[in-house]
Write a protein of this length. Structure first.
Lengths: 196, 293
């Protein structure tokens, strides 16, 4: 394979970053990308990103670990798959962004943009471990308690309308699946820990 | 009657209740028998994927493994009304078919609950089943009301046509358009039909969500749609509940009803609006109802 660490130089490139990414399933994107920018053109949130999706791939190759994992880009991906289906190299860009999200979350990277998305992801996962299913009401309660409780007021009108039409489940209903889901997650974590 | 293994998903118990109600009101009459997966669990949605992908696929696959057991020896068809559930379950099926190591890891995790996934499931969206599995003459024989004055914008959303789907083109699908015409309604030009509804951004990035949702409401309003029709509870929720915020962002006033396709099917079949939970949306559909004869 040709050396793809070309074109950009920085003071202290972290060349291990690219190797780590390439070793992950879905990480091949970093090698296959031709930097055409189709992904950035397809992205509905590109204007809200620090770096476009194309730039993120370039930054990964050049070893900019901090800039990539600190960027709001990965958290601005709404998983709509518009880039994924248009990429001429058939790179699974949405999955690539998921990988970077997982990496950033594990390494403890936080920023104003990422914080809320990370809290939502964590509370959502917690909800599933607790109930086996997602309870929208309790997910939002926990989310706003962990971010900004006053933000919840902006949703008061919506909440009242949902309540009035019986579309909010006030009492968390535990699905019988919850205990099995917890067992599956525990085994999955044991397996991952053993592999590492 | 064709029997399908049904995965309703978490929203249909709560914010998406009118979807569940209108599915129950229309499916049996069209010969669609939906058998719910026993004690199904949440698919994990997009949020769990940001967390850990083996874990995410493992919990999604619990549902697939149970569906296989319910189907006996035959291959199971799992039908999901929610586009996010559909995409997650469908991704899980395809990725495990491509990646034996992933399948092995998932099965190792499923073993903790005494389950095993063979790999025989085909995941389908409920809209796909309504459109492709109900013979045209059965559908038209059930249509008793006249919708020719009703103008609809078919909103597919992103996840039903992406990434690996057998349903329709990923960018410029037309089957939903044709289906609404078959029900007797007019279809307006709606070029944003597969653009993102902002998903969870209405919670995490509300101002960006207001912009994105406005982009979906504008062409419907400009082209004189009486309603936007969706096939996903999250799309319906965002488009219906964020019209004030979207209007503030774009300097407009939006008041466009957002219906589930199953509600439109029900109305065409002559089912009373209250039996389809039409009164439970934020934006009233009364003006549209007045156009049905």
């Amino acid at each position: 394979m040709a050396d793809i660490r070309i074109g950009v130089w920085q003071d202290q490139p972290d060349l291990k970053f690219l190797d780590e990414i390439l070793a992950m399933p879905g990480g091949e994107a970093a090698a296959a990308c031709i930097q055409c920018g189709t992904c950035s053109g397809a992205c509905p949130t590109v204007r809200d990103m620090d770096s476009s999706p194309r730039e993120i791939v370039a930054l990964v190759r050049a070893g900019y670990r901090d800039r990539v994992l600190r960027s709001n880009t990965i958290w601005m991906c709404a998983s709509c798959y518009a880039c994924y289906v248009r990429c001429p190299k058939e790179i699974k860009i949405t999955d690539f962004m998921y990988k970077l999200k997982q990496m950033a979350m594990r390494a403890g990277y936080k920023s104003p943009a990422s914080k809320r998305a990370q809290v939502l992801a964590k509370k959502f996962a917690g909800n599933i471990r607790w109930l086996g299913r997602s309870n929208e009401m309790w997910l939002l309660v926990k989310y706003f308690l962990s971010t900004n409780i006053f933000d919840a007021l902006k949703y008061a009108g919506m909440g009242l309308s949902l309540l009035a039409t019986g579309r909010l489940e006030m009492l968390p209903k535990k699905s019988k699946s919850a205990s099995e889901v917890r067992k599956i997650i525990a085994r999955s974590r044991e397996g991952e820990a053993m592999r590492q | 009657m064709t029997t399908y293994t049904y995965y309703p998903g978490c929203s249909l118990d709560a914010t998406g209740k009118p979807y569940g109600t209108s599915v129950a009101a229309t499916a049996p009459a069209l010969g669609i028998d939906l058998k719910e997966i026993l004690d199904w669990n949440c698919c994990g949605a997009t949020a769990y994927m940001s967390y850990d992908h083996v874990e995410a696929f493992s919990i999604a696959s619990r549902n697939l493994a149970i569906a296989e057991e319910m189907a006996g020896n035959g291959a199971a068809q799992v039908v999901a009304p929610c586009s996010a559930c559909f995409a997650v379950l469908n991704n899980a099926v395809h990725y495990m078919a491509e990646d034996a190591k992933l399948l092995e890891r998932v099965n190792d995790a499923l073993g903790a609950a005494g389950l095993h996934y063979e790999g025989s499931v085909r995941v389908r969206h409920l809209l796909d089943v309504y459109i492709n599995d109900v013979p045209e003459e059965v559908l038209t024989s059930k249509v008793t009301r006249n919708l020719e004055m009703v103008r609809l914008a078919p909103y597919y959303g992103c996840q039903i046509v992406r990434p690996k789907n057998e349903f329709d083109h990923y960018d410029a699908p037309t089957k939903f358009d044709e289906y609404l015409k078959l029900l007797g309604a007019q279809v307006v030009y709606y070029p944003v039909k597969t653009k993102c509804c902002a998903g969870t951004f209405i919670t995490t990035q509300p101002s960006i969500a207001a912009r994105m949702i406005g982009l979906l409401l504008k062409p419907a309003q400009d082209n004189g749609a009486d309603a936007i029709v969706t096939c996903c509870p999250l799309c319906q929720f965002n488009l219906d509940n964020f019209q004030k915020e979207a209007g503030e962002y774009w300097g407009r006033k939006f008041n466009i009803p957002v219906l589930y396709f199953t509600q439109v099917v029900g109305l065409a079949m002559g089912i009373a609006p209250e039996e389809l939970d039409l009164g439970k949306h934020r934006v009233s559909a009364d003006a549209l109802l007045a156009k049905i004869t």
